[in-house]
Design a protein around this ligand. Structure first.
Ligand code: NAG
Ligand code: NAG
Length: 428
């Protein structure tokens, strides 16, 4: 048979003889048979052989039934291999699908941000830092949604958490907010006493329904437990579509902060830094003399963001940040929320860890001033003394209430010596 086929294929040009025409017909028949057998699995082949036409054709042109059997068994093994291959491909596809699922969510978010673009010319390229706000979801908390409609201005407001332990500071806090004329602020009361007090003082107050277990923390928990709760509660404000200026109560308002925000980042926060370098970042060179030529290693340092005063926009990265901090606070109750907040915000992805990709902005340290800046630098500098901050946060000192009153005396009542009695740091 091989010989015949060879003959057919290698015969030079010229009209074929009668014998060679028969050989050609035989070869074509076999070829057709093989092709059909190869293309169709067992079933079709069997139907072929039961068709009288083909059986007759074969009995005339094919050599033997033996050949048919060989083909059949070859086919069987081929289709078995085919099945195995198919199975392997299906497995690969399902593995691929699984791998894709993780990326899927992020990709959808990314696609939602807009079309793909070509990069523009040198110097014209600017990446996205102002992420789109989420679609407000009132079903999360209809009661809070109604309240925020009344209290918020342009979908933003100041929010402070308070329990009865901080009543004195809270009073000073809202007195100054009222004096400056800021209408959009809200106290989240963690106990009945504070709710009553706010009601009586004409302060917008929101008391969560106490069925949620986390509220128990607010009533009798430590400061740090309250800090963890804060991130849970904030989430609802963001889900409802509001930007929140989260505020501790040891803060004196001297101007309306909403006139001094950039609103271009997920998180815009005041700094614990006390100078341009420490607040905005610098190259801290580490020295390892035994390394000789390469003894200097450059490191990046920045003083932490203050988790007691930050503006957070209602975006996916912002909500993810709150979730990550709340989750870690729940799993590591002894951790400090400010440290966790900063780690989640700043650490990049690395093996075994996926970093958060939130955009951030450090607030001006002389406008959003911490008490270290005030007591160590500003009060001793003739020029800086004349600048009026937007807020002063007494975060660096334990005798908070006294220093808060002194800040009011200095900036509001014009008592030039009001800050003098206090040392730079704490008394002990
Ligand atoms: C505070 O005022 C609200 C609205 O008027 C009221 O529903 C709530 O019961 C008051 N809370 C307290 C503790 O008096
Ligand atoms: C800190 O930065 C501000 C703004 O860039 C600048 O005006 C000021 O002079 C800087 N202060 C110091 C001490 O370098």
């Amino acid at each position: 048979m091989a010989g015949r086929r060879d003959g057919l294929l290698t015969r030079p040009g010229g009209s074929p003889s009668r014998g060679s025409r028969i050989a050609m017909a035989v070869a074509v028949g076999i070829l057709l048979g093989c092709v059909c057998a190869f293309l169709y699995p067992d079933g079709l082949f069997r139907s072929f052989s039961t068709s009288p036409y083909h059986v007759q054709g074969k009995s005339e042109k094919c050599e033997t039934a033996e050949r048919t059997n060989t083909l059949k068994s070859e086919l069987a093994s081929l289709s078995q291999k085919n099945e195995e291959l198919k199975k392997q491909v299906m497995e690969l596809i399902s593995k691929l699908k699984l791998a894709e699922q993780g990326k899927d969510q992020a990709q959808k978010q990314f696609l939602a941000l807009g079309q793909q673009h070509k990069a523009g010319a040198f110097g014209t390229v600017k990446s996205l830092r102002t992420n789109p706000a989420v679609i407000p979801d009132e079903s999360v908390n209809p009661r809070l949604a109604k309240m925020l409609e009344k209290v918020a201005v342009r979908k933003e407001l100041i929010v402070a958490l308070a329990n009865s332990n901080v009543k004195d500071m809270l009073e000073l806090w809202f007195q100054n907010i009222k004096r400056v004329g800021i209408p959009n602020y809200l106290v989240v009361a963690l106990d009945d006493g504070i709710e009553r007090y706010c009601n009586a003082s004409g302060v917008p107050v929101y008391r969560r329904n106490s069925e949620e277990g986390i509220d128990r923390i607010g009533r009798d928990g430590s400061n740090h437990a309250v800090s963890g709760l804060k991130f849970h509660i904030l989430r609802e404000f963001l889900q409802l579509g509001y930007s929140v200026l989260l505020s501790d109560v040891d803060i004196i308002y001297l101007q309306n902060p909403f006139d001094h925000l950039y609103r271009d980042s997920d998180i815009e926060s005041m700094s614990d830094g006390h100078s341009n370098m420490t607040a905005y970042g610098y190259d801290d060179v580490s020295d390892d003399p035994p390394m000789g030529w390469a003894r200097y290693a450059h490191t990046m340092r920045i003083w932490v963001y203050n988790s007691g005063f930050f503006y957070i926009r209602p975006t996916i990265p912002s909500i993810e940040l709150l979730d990550r901090v709340a989750d870690r606070m729940a799993r590591q109750p002894d951790s400090w929320d400010q440290a966790v907040f900063n780690e989640e915000l700043f650490y990049p992805s690395h093996p075994g860890y996926e970093g958060l990709h939130a955009s951030k902005r450090t607030m001006d340290i002389y406008l959003f001033m911490n008490s270290k800046v005030l007591f160590k630098t500003v009060r001793k500098d003739a020029h800086l003394r004349r600048l009026k901050p937007v807020i002063v946060h007494v975060n660096y000192h334990p005798e908070k209430f006294e220093r808060m009153k002194a800040v009011v005396d200095f900036y509001v009542n014009g008592k030039q010596d009001a800050l003098d009695p206090f040392p730079d740091g704490s008394r002990s």
